[in-house]
Design a protein around this ligand. Structure first.
Ligand code: ADP
Length: 250
């Protein structure tokens, strides 16, 4: 369970990107965060794994106050939380399989990491993760030979190999065409349903949020202005989130 209790986030320049955030997300939910550019969606997602520190309130994951974590405990905590970015963040000049195997690097003795030596069990887990996102046949292809959608699937497989309990995704389909975006959203949905992994993503496209998420959180100027079932997002909710104007597609 992810629990925000009156959380605020002020950046070093004084800008308050999150204000009075109260939000509880149960294990296994599929939540989409929507809002205008600059509303605070990415900041909210990134406070959960401490990519950004909060400045007020409390934020707990399974009862653990994330601000209490440091060093080794923070690294162990982050292993349970997968992170997916808009830009995939792959090592493009190596194979898909090697990209997925990097998920294990933080747990390896340094010499195995340096030499790139992985056990049969690790390779099997990596291949299983690729199978879960339907690109097992691409295991030995160089990552830069893949389409954007396939690259995002590699990133998903790398995250799955970590055996996460939560996947955070910061605009995961923003750089994909509409058809590929749907395919990647299908992967998130399958992972959420079959593996019961919590999925929390922010997304530009309201239609995709409503189609895939079970719950939608709308943010405007750092505050939650809507939180409810995706099926109940109506025009009044969209007006509250977007103040009556739809965001320009980027
Ligand atoms: P969104 O994901 O909804 O587009 P962000 O969370 O990226 O919004 O940003 C929220 C607000 O915080 C924006 O106004 C942005 O300019 C500001 N912001 C983001 N990162 C920083 C930073 N490192 N320093 C100062 N302000 C920032």
């Amino acid at each position: 369970m992810i629990q925000f209790d009156n959380v605020s986030k002020r950046y070093p320049n004084g800008f308050e990107a999150l204000r009075h955030i109260d939000l509880t997300i149960e294990q296994g939910e599929f939540v989409a965060i929507i809002g205008l550019s600059g509303a605070g969606k990415s900041t909210l997602i990134r406070t959960i794994n401490r990519m950004h520190d909060i400045s007020g309130g409390t934020l707990a994951v399974d009862g653990i106050n994330v601000m209490d974590l440091h060093g080794r405990s923070l690294r162990a905590f982050r292993r349970r939380i997968g992170m997916i970015f808009q830009s995939f963040n792959l090592i493009t000049r190596t194979t898909v399989l090697k990209n997925v195997l990097t998920a294990f690097v933080p747990d390896l003795p340094w010499w195995r990491a340096v030499l790139g030596i992985f056990t049969r069990a690790e390779k099997t887990r990596a291949l299983e993760a690729l199978d879960k996102v339907g690109i097992l046949d691409k295991a030995f292809v160089r990552a830069d030979q893949l389409s954007g959608g396939q690259q995002q699937r590699v990133a998903l497989a790398r995250t799955l190999a970590q055996n996460p309990q939560i996947i955070l995704a910061d605009e995961p389909v923003a750089s994909l065409d509409p058809v590929t975006a749907k395919q990647v959203m299908d992967d998130f949905l399958r992972i959420n349903r079959e593996l019961k992994i919590t999925v929390l993503l922010n997304i530009h496209h309201v239609d995709l949020a409503l189609q895939y998420a079970t719950r939608v959180v709308g943010i405007r100027a750092g505050e939650i202005v809507y939180d409810g079932p995706a099926g109940q997002v109506d025009q009044a909710a969209l007006d509250a989130i977007y103040q009556g104007k739809q965001e320009e597609p980027s």
